[in-house]
Design a protein around this ligand. Sequence first.
Ligand SMILES: *Cc1c(COP(=O)(O)O)cnc(C)c1O
Length: 389
Amino acid sequence: MKQDTKIIKAGRHPEKCHGAVNPPVYRFSTIIFPTVKKLLSVTNENKYDETLYGRLGTPTTAALEEAIAELEGGSHCVATPSGVAAITISLLAFLRAGDHLLMTNAAYHAVRDFCEAILPGFGIETTFYNPLLGKDIASLIRTNTRVIFCESPGSNTFEVQDIPAIVEVAHSNNCVVMLDNSWATPLFFKPLQMGVDISIQAGTKYIVGHSDAMLGTITVSNRENFLRVKDCAAKFGFCLGSEEAYLGLRGLRTLSVRLRQHMENGITLANWLKNCPEVARVMHPALPPDPGYEIWKRDFSGACGLFGIVLRPCTMARLEAMLDGMNHFSLGYSWGGYESLILPMRTGIVANRLQDEPMEATLRIHAGLEDVEDLISDFEQGFERLRMV
Ligand SMILES: *Cc1c(COP(=O)(O)O)cnc(C)c1O
């Protein structure tokens, strides 16, 4: 079955819900058992296979997990209440006191915060590594390094990582590789096929796709890793609500058509921005000569609508004049919805502190599904305001 067909079929079982096209929203905490025998038939082996209690999952969350696992090419998926929860659960499932974590320096800022503020209290040490290291990451691996966490392209600075090289080094040193794959989604990059052990989505972004729900997913390739991750989520009490799972499933059905348009609008806009005198640099892995282009072309089958630009030095007043007056690009801390967004960086939001440019000059752009000519003229007028102040 082709990917675009899978995305329509995955996780749907109309015969189990009166023929309804979509898995319904099952709302419950309590499940009632008909007999003592049935109630007591739950064992450690089958506890996640049957519906027992709301915290452990509902048929709606199970449908989402089944669909994502199939698209990622994994054996199981665990749905979580946010993208950050998917990352923290994954880390805590594999790390113990005394362990060492290698975390990409271009990680999403809340992940960096978690490593700096929470993990030390658990006795877990983090080293932030240069995302461009590739196989040379070997020099940072210690005897107690247990997890190598990747995010490709990196948040806000868009470095593309050499995942196959990192996986090879990691596995020969008994390290687990986790990847935040929110930018490419399971459609444009296949972490598990590249040997990554844990593939993570901030489903809040493109899977939900309409800026109206929080969602995360963790996909694994075998039952052993599933039990580790699911046990960790269950023991901490993390569970996704059925309403959110429903919105995730609903968004998923159109992910492929939406992404194609986000990609096209993003590339058209980025190419136009490249030629603007106000723009010093465009950060878009799908546009040569971006430093990530070669690896992107080798490993990815598409690009989403998220990229960055660095403006030539300008005052804050000019930047404010430009951004406050934008018509189609709203100011907001997210991306992946159908609408265009723009975000000026500031220290603390740009996680990758390897970058030289002043933070405010860096803009993260999410190309939405509007007509790209309107998006371009929004920037034309924005640059006019920037020049006038
Ligand atoms: C937004 C984001 C997250 C966090 O997802 P939430 O659902 O907001 O918790 C994680 N990784 C990346 C790359 C993100 O952009």
